[in-house]
Ligand binder design. Structure first.
Ligand code: CMC
Length: 393
């Protein structure tokens, strides 16, 4: 009972006011703080995007240098973290490790769990942006049984991450600039996406006053699902399963079949009812990376291109306005760089951390902020008398 609006999936409820990200799903427009995603992805870098997210404006060269330095200072994780990892089985999904380790940061950095202190909030933000690549690389190294590689802070953010993932001790390692640029772009494209499920989770967790590390851990847990961040992993697995362009039609038919739960992973979006602008940039980046690496006939790319062409011409997909989303192409690029599919969602979490943090900070600083507390429409039994166990059945 009660006069509440019933809105499952919150398809028509605005949960907050926000100045960070604007999406026009019908037009396929995405702006970060007013700047078109295409321009940022083409001309900016990921740490500049982080600055823009956190402070609302693009940095001057001096501000950018200072910000890069401040993030870089926090890339190390406490040595005790190493032992934390040893508790996991080697075959643990790296997302399971990320949920645990990021939540555990609150046990290491008590000072920045004080959310009433502006300075500490900023330090917590910088710590998370800086430590996510280190933790993500550790999760990867652990899963393949290689020793952890420590951050090398004279490298840029993304090159440093690639080195922590792919270098091995006692061997020279040179970061491939094609990979670094492409991955940095992937990070930019994933940095924020207004009130999606994981961001709403972070806000809801934060609305109770929980510390930022715990809130971001909650966001990572939500992102893991295949309908959300897990879609990049699911999309690549699907392309591998389809295998060759001749199989595409069969899978498209499966996706259209009402009695088959199969969906085309990397297709469809709650907000975009037009081409996802991030997918366009991602598609271009994928072609560029493969071309620069001299990969001419990548079978997965052929399947993806074919699938996209068939689906975009199909009545079902046209009618339901289902277009490729960002996750459709990102997996092919990540795979070409050497990342296993189990790391794809971790990379998404790494990039989305700044969006989560910016949204969390915006909420904390909003004087109208209240604890998030949705209501429900109760459909259970009416009031009834308790029957002692001896009198039942
Ligand atoms: N393949 C086939 N049919 C689909 C698909 C798909 N990928 N997506 C939606 N539909 C159909 C769905 O069956 C439904 O049909 P009907 O109206 O006849 O029941 C209709 O389209 C509307 O779908 P919905 O599930 O009600 O829409 P939603 O807004 O709740 O879901 C979505 C959006 C992204 C969860 C969904 O499109 C989906 O499951 N896509 C595949 C997973 C995916 O790629 N997710 C990544 C999203 S982008 C990155 C991110 O958010 O992390």
């Amino acid at each position: 009972t009660g006069m509440f609006t019933f809105d499952p999936g919150f398809t028509s409820t605005a949960s907050c006011e926000s100045k960070i990200t604007y999406i026009d799903g019908d037009a396929g427009v995405l702006l970060y703080r007013g700047y078109p995603i295409e321009q940022i992805a083409e001309q900016g870098d990921f740490l500049e995007t982080c600055y823009l997210m956190l402070f609302g404006e693009l940095p001057t060269p001096a501000q950018k240098a200072d910000f890069d330095y401040r993030v870089t200072r926090h890339t190390m994780v406490h040595d005790q973290m190493n032992r934390f990892f040893q508790g996991f089985r080697r075959d643990a999904h790296p997302m399971a490790i990320m949920v645990a380790c990021v939540g555990a940061l609150s046990a290491f950095y008590h000072d920045s769990t004080d959310i009433s202190d502006d300075k500490q909030r900023m330090i917590a933000s910088l710590r998370m942006i800086a430590k996510m690549p280190t933790l993500a690389a550790m999760a990867y190294k652990y899963s393949i049984g290689q020793p952890f590689v420590y951050p090398k802070n004279d490298l840029d953010y993304t090159s440093n991450f690639l080195r922590m993932c792919f270098a091995v001790p006692c061997e020279e390692f040179v970061v491939n600039p094609i990979y670094a640029r492409a991955l940095d772009r992937i990070f930019i494209l994933h940095a924020d996406h207004e009130q999606n499920a994981s961001t709403s989770t972070v806000r809801l967790a934060g609305s109770s006053g929980a510390n930022p590390f715990a809130c971001i851990a909650a966001g990572i847990a939500c992102l893991w699902g295949p309908a959300h961040g897990g879609a990049n992993e699911a999309a690549l697995k699907m392309l591998e399963e389809i295998g060759t362009p001749d199989n595409v039609a069969k899978y498209v038919a499966k996706a259209k079949d009402k009695n088959d739960p199969f969906r085309l992973m990397g297709f469809g979006h709650r907000v975009y009812k037009n081409y996802d602008p991030r997918a366009r940039i991602m598609q271009k980046t994928t072609h560029e990376v493969l071309a620069q690496l001299g990969i001419k006939d990548d079978p997965l790319l052929e399947v993806a291109v074919q699938l996209e062409q068939i689906a975009l011409k199909d009545e079902y997909f046209i009618e339901k306005k289902l277009y490729p989303n960002i996750d459709f192409y990102s997996g092919i690029t990540l795979k070409a760089m050497g990342f296993p599919t189990s790391m794809f969602t971790v990379l998404f979490a790494l990039a989305r951390t700044v969006g989560w943090i910016a949204q969390w900070a915006e909420m904390i600083e909003d004087p109208s902020q209240k604890i998030g507390r949705p209501r429900q429409l109760y459909i259970g039994p009416d009031k009834r008398e308790y029957v002692p166990i001896g009198n039942r059945g």
